[in-house]
Design a protein around this ligand. Structure first.
Ligand code: PMP
Length: 382
């Protein structure tokens, strides 16, 4: 059975070019970049060249920004939030985030509030999954040292106006702005020069799992998260995962090429999928805004269990997700959809279809036909 993968927000198929480059590095450049011999120097040179290329691909100057390689967005989010809060706590103890962040952001803020005495403001989204500039304006004050808001939500694909938020945050010079761009980096054009820090994972953009980065303004100092041999500017010690760090630059370059050349195709597929779902069945209620990220379409079933549908689709070779893959096992309902609609039933029965650059219009049509058939069967068995 040919599988249709509509769970790209969870992870993506590795790009063939990346796979080959990674394999070659494993064989030829396995030396420790801290070693005092030519093999080590060459690996170090390649890691530094990767940092420079990443910044260049994101239109950032290496005088102003630095790349801290991490194991992914979870670690980068933790490092950014804990690092800023702990380093700058003497300037103020107020933090701002939103209720629809990924757990790797939200739980860090809860920890800082509950265990380290920070005051925390949590901004709520509207029914489009968007946090307004007005809410940010009302929450920020002279004590605020960090605002962390995601660019694109991973469950519903709503797009926050993170660029507009910068204008508000800049009025508070003590305050840094961190943006989780894990679902935005190759899916949405952003002016990264506006952000103080931002995080992402390679495996969401056809790269390797266990790889990602925190990119941050060089003038910012962070409390370290892992102590040891002072690798990654002393913030994240431990022998570098050199091969992954090196291929991250190609991963980003290829992903940005796809954003430039294939975004319009994804948008056409998305619009067809979204509009067909609206027409398909009375039982379906859309959770994603139509003008959100074209990579994510989320809907709920009004009267049926989402898990039954996800399983039936999986048996037919179509992989979709209930809420986000990472929280599917943790919670029975989606806290994102609950925050948007205050409706528990809807939050318990959401389905996320997430597209990637490898998907085709034929796959969308196969999905729609299969979905219609399954929904009819489920209804007959009721
Ligand atoms: N932030 C967002 C918005 C995400 O979608 C994810 C992955 N689901 C993460 C952070 C965490 O990424 P990872 O699991 O690769 O560390």
């Amino acid at each position: 059975m040919k599988i249709i993968n509509f769970d790209n927000a969870a992870t993506t198929l590795i790009d063939e070019t990346i796979e080959k480059e990674y394999q070659a590095l494993l064989n030829e450049h396995f030396y420790n970049p801290s070693s005092p011999h030519r093999g080590g120097y060459e690996v170090k040179r390649k890691i530094d060249a990767s940092r420079d290329a990443i910044l260049k691909n994101l239109n950032l100057s290496k005088n102003d920004y630095k790349v801290v390689f991490t194991s992914g967005a979870t670690e980068a989010n933790n490092l950014a939030i804990l690092g800023v809060a702990r380093r700058y706590k003497n300037r103020g103890k107020h933090l701002i985030t939103t209720s629809i962040e990924h757990p790797s952001v939200l739980r860090v803020f809860y920890y800082l509030r509950d265990e380290e005495g920070f005051r925390l403001s949590i901004l709520e989204p509207d029914q489009n999954g968007i946090v307004s500039l007005e809410k940010l304006m009302a929450a920020i004050d002279d004590e605020t040292i960090l605002v962390s808001i995601m660019a694109t939500n991973n469950e519903v694909g709503s797009l926050n106006d993170v660029e507009g938020m910068v204008q508000i945050i800049r009025k508070y010079p003590k305050c840094f702005f961190h943006v989780d761009v894990a679902q935005a980096i190759a899916h949405r054009k952003l002016n990264y020069n506006l952000f103080d820090l931002f995080s992402f994972s390679a495996h969401k953009i056809n790269g390797l799992k266990g790889s990602g980065a925190l990119i941050m303004k060089s003038k910012i100092s962070l409390a370290p998260m892992i102590f040891g041999g002072e690798q990654e500017f002393g913030m994240r010690s431990g022998t570098e995962d050199a091969e992954k760090d090196i291929v991250l630059s190609s991963t980003i370059r290829l992903a940005i090429d796809k954003l430039n050349s294939k975004y319009a195709v994804i948008k056409t597929m998305h619009d067809h999928l979204y509009d067909s779902l609206v027409k398909l069945e009375d039982d379906i209620i859309m959770n994603s805004p139509r003008d959100g990220s074209p990579f994510i379409v989320n809907f709920s079933l009004k009267n049926k269990r989402a898990s039954v549908l996800v399983e039936a689709l999986s048996n037919a070779g179509i992989y979709v997700s209930t809420s986000s893959a990472c929280s599917a096992k943790l919670a029975k309902e989606s806290y994102v959809i609950k925050a948007m609609f205050a409706d528990e039933r809807r939050a318990k029965n959401s389905i996320r279809i997430s597209l990637g650059y490898d998907n085709t219009m034929d796959e969308i049509d196969t999905f729609l036909n299969t979905l219609e058939k399954i929904l009819k069967e489920i209804m007959q068995n009721d």
